[in-house]
Write a protein of this length. Structure first.
Length: 55
């Protein structure tokens, strides 16, 4: 049962996990100002995707 729930969580949130990974990489290896702008864009894009998902 626990493995199924974990797999479901992973599959349901795969895009978010990928975005968080990209944000981490950006903050770790790219100039801070560029990384902050990229992260802000990612947050805005997620908001748009959430809005579209509700349509």
């Amino acid at each position: 049962m626990g493995e199924e729930r974990l797999a479901s969580f992973y599959n349901d949130n795969l895009e978010m996990l990928a975005l968080l990974e990209e944000a981490y990489i950006a903050l770790r290896y790219i100039a801070e100002d560029i990384a902050e702008r990229a992260l802000a864009f990612a947050h805005k894009a997620l908001g748009v995707f959430e809005w579209l998902e509700k349509l």
